[in-house]
Design a protein around this ligand. Structure first.
Ligand code: ZN
Length: 269
């Protein structure tokens, strides 16, 4: 990513933008301010934060933030250089050069945001690394850093970015781990299982969402109280914890124990 940033730093700041867009509906994540507000402005260069590339305008008012995910590619095309017919996102500079984002395959995971510097700040200030593709090594370090209940750790965006309460339920079920297990107690094999579960479940979610699936079809554990576990058939149970409702399979995840709200404080000790 750093190599890309260096490559783009000079060319993107050479000329003002004359045309912003078009952008694929799944790629452009913001609509206010509209893309056209970029027209006539010039970038200051290319910046990077973790896996995000950022292009602040020289007037300090706007920032284009790009997250390429795995399949996205950002390319600077000189004037006259042939590019893709339908890029996911395009900026045209004065003189004819272009910055284009393409993404192989039909899945559109890469994203472009047009933000104010303050919004970027807020977006990135306390953001942990992206959950998808995190891997067992990085996850192991996170788990060892401080001892946290897994459900609470997973949905803490400052620790790992991108997992909400529903996906925390799905992921922990897939990993066959108790929502209340302590992160420091995990053995390497369990960390590996959790890392795999994050990728598999979030990948499954993205795919279903892209096909337009609703919550009921997407989730298999979350909000499925009393429905049979997809793995073992045991009715899914529910417990309230930290203002969140946690769904889990007592057979797959808690060794047959049903967690009761009123017993929680004792169980958690
Ligand atoms: Zn089960």
């Amino acid at each position: 990513m750093e190599a890309w940033r260096r490559q783009l730093d000079e060319p993107v700041s050479a000329f003002p933008i004359v045309k912003a867009g078009p952008a694929h509906v799944a790629t452009l994540k913001t609509f206010d301010p509209p893309l056209s507000t970029l027209e006539g402005r010039q970038f200051e260069g290319a910046r990077r934060r973790a896996k995000r590339l950022m292009f602040p305008t020289a007037d300090g008012e706007l920032v284009v933030l790009v997250h390429l995910m795995t399949a996205g590619r950002l390319k600077y095309l000189r004037a006259g250089e042939k590019g893709p017919k339908v890029p996911a996102f395009r900026l045209e500079f004065q003189g004819g050069a272009q910055l284009v984002l393409t993404e192989a395959g039909s899945k559109k995971r890469a994203g472009v945001w047009l933000l104010t510097p303050e919004a970027v700040e807020a977006e990135l200030a306390h953001l942990g690394p992206e959950a998808l593709g995190l891997g067992a090594d990085a996850l192991g370090e996170i788990c060892a850093e401080e001892s946290r209940r897994l459900h609470s750790l997973l949905r803490d965006q400052r620790v790992v970015a991108g997992i909400g309460r529903a996906w925390a339920n799905e992921i922990l079920h897939h990993a066959q781990l108790s929502p209340f297990a302590l992160s420091r107690d995990l053995v390497p094999e369990q960390v590996q299982r959790l890392a795999d579960a994050i990728d598999i479940e979030l990948g499954r979610g993205l795919e279903l969402r892209e096909r337009g699936a609703n919550d009921a079809r997407t989730y298999r554990v979350h909000a499925k109280l009393h429905e049979p576990c997809y793995d073992c058939g045991t009715p899914i149970a529910r417990v309230d914890y930290e203002e969140h409702t946690v769904y889990y399979c007592p057979n797959c995840q808690t060794g047959g124990r049903v967690l009761k709200d009123r017993r929680l404080s004792r169980l958690l000790r």
